[in-house]
Design a protein around this ligand. Structure first.
Ligand code: CAP
Ligand code: MG
Length: 463
C-alpha cells in the first residue's frame, strides 16, 4: 500500500518538474546563452518591398514548438542567405541579399527577395532559391509556393514565347475559334505509319494538330525519325485536300543534345512546333531548347506530365500557376492547364487563373492564389485544355476558357462510333454550336456526327 502511494507521489513530482520547472529554465538559459540562430533577422513586418524586389507568396504550417514568426523567418533565411546557426563572421553587405518576411496573414506569408540574389536570365537558379531546400525544413510541417511577382528588372532577361497567341493564329490561319488537336489512342503502341494514318484522319476531320502522347518519344515500335517522315507525308496530303494549315506536336523529349537534333529534323521537314514534357525535361533544358527552337522558327508545346506530383496537394508543393508563369517567362507557346470537367484534377477557378497567367499582359491579384504581374514585353501563351474530353463537354470547357485556347480531344474522337474522322468532325460541330449560341442537342439535328457522339457519351463527365 505505502509502496504504491510512494510511486504515485514520485511520478507526480517528475511530472511537475517537467512541465513547470524545466521550460522556463530552458528559456532563461537560451536567452542568456549566446544566440545560436538568427531566423528573426529575416522578419520585419513593417518592411515595404522595393519595386525591384521579387515578391513571393507562400502557404506555410510551422512544426510543433516553432512560432509562426520563426517559421516564416526560416523560409526567408533558407531561401536567401541564411543557415541554421549564427556565424562567427557576417560581413555587413550580406544584409543587402537577405530576404525579408514583410507580411504574415494567418497561414500565408509574403517574402521580398533583393534582385542581387538572382542570376540574370537563369530560371533554374530561381527555383533552387525559392523552391529548393525550404520544402525539406523540419521546422515547417507544410509549405506551398503559390506565386512570385517578378519585377521588370528581373523579367527583362527572359525572352518569353517566340510566337504570342496572335503569332500562332497567323501561322495556323485560324481565327475566332480554339485551335484543335488530338493524340492517337491507345497512347503508345502504333507504328509510325499507323500513327500518321490516324493523324491523317484527325486532320481530315477538321482538327489543326496531331499530338504525340507524353510518353511517346522514339520507341522501338515508333522511332522519332520514322514518325516525322510518315507524319510529314500525311500532313502534305491533308493540307492539299483541305487547303488548311495542318501541324503536329511531335515529342522531342530526351537529353538536351538529342532534343536539339530532333528539333532540327522537325524544322527541316517544314514543321512549326516541337513538343517537350517540360517538367521531366527540366527548367534548364527547356531554357536551352527555347532559344534553339526559336532560331528554327519552332513554337514549343509544353506537356506538364508529373506536375501533379507537386501541385496537387493544397498544403505542400508548388502551384500550377507558378509552373505556368515560369514556362511563359522561359518561352513556351502553350502549356496544359486542365479542363475542370475532364478526367484529371483541376478546378474551374484554377483553370481561369492559369488562363490569365498565360494570356494577359497585366494579371490581377487573386487573394491567397495569385499575385499581380505585369508581363511587359513578354508575349502571351495559349492555355491547353485536354484530358477526358469529348464533344458533349466542349461547351463546358469553352465557357471556362473562351476561344483563346488549344482544345485537345483524344479518346473523345477515337472512341466515336464512326471513328476518328467523325469524332473530330463532331467536335468541330460542337465548337460551331457554341459560337452560334445554340445547344448541342439543337446542333445535332443537322450534324449527324455530333448526334452519334451525344448518343454514345451524352454529357458524361469522366471520373
Ligand atoms: C489526354 C492526354 C493528356 C492529358 C494530360 C492523356 O488524353 O493525352 O496527356 O490531357 O493532362 O494522356 O491523358 P484524353 P493535362 O483526351 O484521351 O484524355 O492536360 O491535365 O496536363
Ligand atoms: Mg497524354
Amino acid at each position: 500500500m505505502c509502496f504504491a502511494r510512494g510511486t504515485r507521489l514520485l511520478a507526480k513530482g517528475i511530472c511537475t518538474i517537467r512541465t513547470l520547472i524545466i521550460p522556463p529554465l530552458t528559456l532563461l538559459y537560451r536567452e542568456n546563452q549566446m544566440a545560436i540562430d538568427w531566423y528573426m533577422d529575416f522578419v520585419d513586418t513593417g518592411y515595404v518591398p522595393g519595386k525591384d524586389e521579387l515578391d513571393a507568396l507562400f502557404y506555410f504550417e510551422p512544426a510543433a514548438g516553432i512560432s509562426t514568426e520563426e517559421a516564416a523567418g526560416r523560409i526567408a533565411s533558407e531561401s536567401s542567405t541564411g543557415t541554421w546557426t549564427t556565424l562567427h563572421t557576417l560581413p555587413p553587405r550580406m544584409k543587402d541579399l537577405q530576404a525579408t518576411v514583410y507580411d504574415i496573414d494567418g497561414r500565408y506569408v509574403r517574402i521580398a527577395y533583393p534582385p542581387g540574389l538572382w542570376e540574370e536570365g537563369n530560371a533554374a537558379q530561381l527555383l533552387s532559391g525559392i523552391a529548393g531546400n525550404i520544402f525539406g525544413m523540419k521546422a515547417i510541417r507544410n509549405l506551398r509556393l503559390i506565386d512570385v511577382s517578378l519585377p521588370a528588372g528581373y523579367l527583362q532577361h527572359f525572352r518569353g514565347p517566340h510566337f504570342g497567341m496572335e503569332g500562332i493564329r497567323k501561322m495556323m490561319r485560324v481565327e475566332g475559334r480554339p485551335l484543335t488537336g488530338a493524340v492517337p489512342k491507345p497512347k503508345v503502341g502504333f507504328s509510325a505509319r499507323e500513327h500518321a494514318e490516324i493523324g491523317f484522319e484527325t486532320w481530315m476531320g477538321g482538327f489543326d494538330f496531331v499530338k504525340d502522347d507524353e510518353n511517346l518519344t522514339s520507341t522501338s515500335f515508333n522511332r522519332f525519325d520514322d514518325r516525322v517522315r510518315e507524319l510529314t507525308r500525311m500532313r502534305d496530303r491533308a493540307e492539299q485536300a483541305t487547303g488548311d494549315v495542318k501541324s503536329a506536336f511531335i515529342n522531342i523529349t530526351a537529353d538536351t543534345e538529342t532534343m536539339k537534333e530532333r528539333a532540327k529534323m522537325l524544322a527541316e521537314s517544314g514543321w512549326n512546333y516541337a513538343m517537350i514534357d517540360v517538367v521531366v525535361a527540366g527548367t534548364a533544358a527547356v531554357s536551352t531548347l527555347r532559344d534553339y527552337c526559336s532560331d528554327l522558327g519552332l513554337a514549343i508545346h509544353a506537356h506538364r506530365a508529373m506536375h501533379a506530383s507537386f501541385d496537387r496537394n493544397p498544403k505542400h508543393g508548388i502551384t500550377m500557376q507558378f509552373l505556368a508563369k515560369m514556362m511563359r517567362m522561359i518561352g513556351v507557346s502553350q502549356i496544359h492547364t486542365g479542363t475542370a470537367v475532364g478526367k484529371l484534377t483541376g478546378s474551374k477557378k484554377e483553370a481561369r487563373i492559369l488562363a490569365d497567367v498565360l494570356r494577359e499582359r497585366r494579371v490581377k491579384e487573386v487573394r491567397h492564389a495569385l499575385l499581380a504581374q505585369d508581363w511587359g514585353a513578354i508575349k502571351s501563351a495559349f492555355p491547353v485544355s485536354s484530358g477526358g474530353l469529348h464533344p458533349g463537354l466542349v461547351p463546358d470547357v469553352l465557357v471556362i476558357y473562351g476561344t483563346d485556347l488549344v482544345l485537345l480531344v483524344s479518346g473523345g474522337i477515337h472512341g466515336h462510333p464512326k471513328g476518328t474522322r467523325a469524332g473530330a468532325t463532331a467536335t468541330m460541330q460542337a465548337i460551331e454550336a457554341w459560337r452560334e449560341g445554340v445547344s448541342l442537342d439543337e446542333k445535332a439535328r443537322s450534324s449527324p456526327e455530333l448526334a452519334q457522339s451525344l448518343e454514345k457519351w451524352g454529357y458524361y463527365k469522366p471520373k
